[in-house]
Ligand binder design. Structure first.
Ligand SMILES: *Cc1c(COP(=O)(O)O)cnc(C)c1O
Length: 342
């Protein structure tokens, strides 16, 4: 896949940090111009985050070398664009309605976007996607479960596209831990053009520490490492992740609660005539089509409840997106909807 990367990236000699050049342990570190007085954070962090990657590799059944960690998933999204897309020449393919960051990142990098809408039931229009591909199409972004619709997209369709598309296929699995479907992570062993994105921001409950994960073959991971800022993940974040690995039971418990609450909200949503459609979801949110979405949105705001107004998004006309909250918060949402509906 290296041949797909921009020439300047292929030829790039990456910055070599002090912690990168000397990898052993020593008695006295006088190499990085740090303040020598120990306050628990005076030293630069591990630039490759090996402790976190080793533990994560065990959990995900991959090798540590197949993992890239970024400042949120948004960092690998941006880096992939900068690695593979020549500004003003190459393009990416996105599949609306979907996560907004692919477009923003492309716009920032002056990379053109080809948009191929999802089908009416929010699945991949495989033929239309392949028809949109041209010689400069470098990355295809697939989001599954998809944001803002919530559904998973068909795994066979994803595999077909990986096999047929000559560029990089990014499968964004930010919500995979809420899904009844399997992750596509095993595709990284079979195909050389796949990157799987996951994150600590949703099911892991750590949006605050900004830690995103990319899984791929070592060639693509090496390119990401070459281009990233040397110390992109702070030691505080690495420590928080290592601590989270010790409390996986808590994560599982909260996911189970969120899924139970999601069903309860879905059941409740069905009761009101002003809620015209509740879309199937595999994520920690529910998209629903409502009558007068702006009025419902404003009413909820007046009750102190903020949801996401997606009513002007292509194929989501009239829709609001409800994140599943704590049981008490969901009670409040249900009470407010009841008040509006009667
Ligand atoms: C929330 C979300 C992310 C996560 O972004 P982070 O930068 O890791 O917080 C990625 N992709 C999608 C589709 C999301 O909804």
């Amino acid at each position: 896949m290296i041949h797909l990367a921009r020439k300047n990236i292929q030829n790039l000699k990456p910055y070599s940090s002090a912690r990168h050049e000397f990898k052993g342990t020593a008695k006295v570190y006088l190499d990085a111009n740090e303040n020598p007085f120990n306050n628990g954070m005076n030293r630069y962090p591990d630039p490759m985050q090996w402790k976190v990657k080793k533990r994560l590799a065990e959990i995900k059944k991959v090798q540590p070398e197949n993992i890239f960690l970024g400042n949120g998933s948004d960092e690998p999204i941006d880096l992939l664009m900068r690695i593979f897309c020549e500004p003003g020449i190459d393009n990416i393919i996105t599949l609306p309605p979907t996560y907004g960051m692919y477009q923003v990142s492309a716009d920032i990098n002056n990379v053109a976007i080809k948009k191929v809408n999802l089908t009416n039931d929010y699945q991949l229009d495989v033929d239309a996607i392949l028809a949109a591909v041209d010689a400069h199409s470098k990355i295809l972004f697939i989001c599954s479960p998809n944001n803002p619709t919530g559904n998973s997209v068909d795994r066979n369709d994803i595999e077909t596209l990986i096999q047929s598309f000559k560029g990089i296929v990014v499968v964004d699995e930010a919500y995979i831990d809420f899904s009844s479907e399997e992750s596509c992570i095993e595709f990284i062993e079979t195909y050389e053009n796949v990157v799987i994105l996951q994150t600590f921001s949703k099911a892991w409950g750590m949006a605050n520490i900004r830690l995103g994960k990319a899984f791929s073959n070592t060639q693509i991971i090496d390119l990401l490492n070459k281009v990233k800022p040397p110390y992109n993940i702070s030691e505080l974040t690495q420590k928080a992740a290592l601590l989270a690995f010790k409390h996986r039971d808590k994560v599982r418990e909260s996911v189970a609660t969120i899924l139970r609450e999601r069903s309860r909200l879905e059941d409740n949503f069905q009761r009101y005539d002003f809620i015209e459609e509740v879309y199937p979801t595999d994520a920690n949110f529910i998209m629903a089509k409502v009558e007068d979405p702006n009025l419902v949105y404003d009413f909820l705001v007046s009750k102190g409840i903020i949801v996401r107004n997606r009513s002007t998004v292509t194929l989501c006309e009239g829709c609001l997106r409800f994140t599943v909250g704590q049981p008490k918060e969901n009670d409040e949402l249900i009470a407010a909807l009841k008040e509006w509906g009667t």
